[in-house]
Design a protein around this ligand. Structure first.
Ligand code: SAM
Length: 218
């Protein structure tokens, strides 16, 4: 893929329309909508496909993976209730679009990807376009023990269950957002660590994600 980092009026206009579309679809957080308005999603597309970049659709990013549709990214981001300086673990870096949204929200991001080519590409592209995260290559279904605990954990691939090991890497008061279900569809689940051994779980809407593969996954 050949990326080109130019932001024209056409893309700026399309981005504004996307923000309006997400607002109408139910995204309420001003901060999340503003972040969607700032991150140039077309930077993650080959120029041939720029017309698709601000549609509310998932799109292939290579290696059999996808960039999630903007509504899903906004929905998960809203559930995290990010505060400036929050230490966030993102599992499934992909092309890094969600990573940029988390950074725009003021998070300190630790992001892990299991596909080497995506890891290599994204860890180069993001700093180039001004986004600084901590990139890791490996199986994120086990979290990143050396950097735990986290204020928030977001999983951007569909899991068969909530990996207990991730819950143990949350701070007290921390939040995990993870799609859980079968290969076809998943429910968005949030788990809040209310004390050392107590967790509150909320099951929300249905989504379709690529599978989370790994030790604590498929
Ligand atoms: N958030 C990404 C973005 O904005 O482009 C989209 C992520 S894509 C829907 C899911 C990603 O999770 C894929 O890149 C896939 O390789 C990755 N993945 C799947 N299982 C994983 C695991 N155990 N550890 C880390 N990454 C994983």
């Amino acid at each position: 893929m050949a990326f080109k980092f130019v932001d024209n009026y056409r893309e700026q206009g399309a981005r504004k329309k996307l923000v309006e579309e997400l607002r109408k679809k139910g995204i309420e957080s001003k901060e999340v909508l503003a972040a969607i308005g700032r991150v140039k999603r077309h930077y993650f597309f080959d120029e041939t496909f720029w017309a698709q970049a601000y549609l509310d659709k998932a799109f292939p990013i290579g290696e059999g993976q996808t960039i999630s549709n903007p509504y899903t990214v906004a929905y998960q981001s809203e559930l995290l209730h990010i505060k400036k300086g929050d230490k966030v673990l993102e599992i499934g870096t992909g092309c890094g679009y969600q990573t940029c949204i988390l950074l725009e929200l003021g998070a300190k991001v630790f992001t892990i990807e299991r596909q080497q080519k995506l890891y290599e590409r994204t860890s180069k592209v993001l700093p180039h376009i001004g986004y600084k995260a901590n990139f890791f290559l490996g199986d994120g279904s086990k979290g990143i023990k050396e950097h735990a605990p986290f204020d928030k954990i977001i999983v951007t691939a569909g899991a068969p269950l909530v990996p207990q090991i991730l819950l143990r890497q949350l701070k007290i008061g921390g939040v995990l957002v993870i799609p859980v279900g079968d290969e076809k569809e998943q429910k968005m689940v949030t788990v809040i660590r209310v004390s050392e051994n107590d967790f509150d779980k909320i099951v929300l809407d249905t989504f379709r994600f690529v599978p989370l593969l790994g030790d604590q996954a498929w």
